[in-house]
Design a protein around this ligand. Sequence first.
Ligand SMILES: [Zn+2]
Ligand SMILES: [Zn+2]
Length: 243
Amino acid sequence: MKQEESGLIRFSERLYVLPYEEETDRPNLYYIKGDRYSAAVDAGNSEKHVKKFYRALQESGFRLPDYTFLSHWHWDHTFGLHVIHGVSYSSKLTQDKLKEVMKWEWNEEAMRKREETGEDIPFCNKHIRIEYPDLKEITVTGTDKIISERVSFDLGGIVIDLIPRDSTHSRDSLFVYLPSEKALIVQDADCEDFYHGSVYDQEKLNDMIAFFESLDYEYHFLGHAMPESKKEALERLYQCKNE
Ligand SMILES: [Zn+2]
Ligand SMILES: [Zn+2]
């Protein structure tokens, strides 16, 4: 693992990340470098975030992503979508939810109302206000294409698997599995569901643990933290089980 001058961290010849930023809740943006095509995991939380990512890619001499895969619908992973390069993909549930969010108004009153109804949560609005001093700049769009079942993408020299499934964090998760790198990009999926009480749903937790155990990989890549080993991730998740 090595941080390059561009700001990207290199995990392998094929896998890089622009690291997360806590203040604005920007998540890790992953870059998968194939010989013919390249892919990004998540679109970032704003145009500024996407531009920062692309500047770092260009400084490293990398092509801009041909494909962008969304891990789930939350704003910090999707609000940069309108300015990405190439084609975007998500699960059907992510697309459906983004269509709903596209109708949301962005002003203090509308945001407060959504907190009251539980449509949105204070944690998001707090960070949205920091990322967007001018709320009118928020632009929400949907993805170009849908992934409805497990599918492989051959990027040239590396094949990646896209796996849409439920998770403890949201119903619409998309996992990105890189067998050759022994890596699974999980993003927020193994966190609690902050929209529904911030506790682990035990059934979903057991199901997700079984899913992780069924995959052959070593590195567990997260949305807002540095990567863990699969073993560390499973130990952490086992501790979230009710006694
Ligand atoms: Zn996130
Ligand atoms: Zn999330």
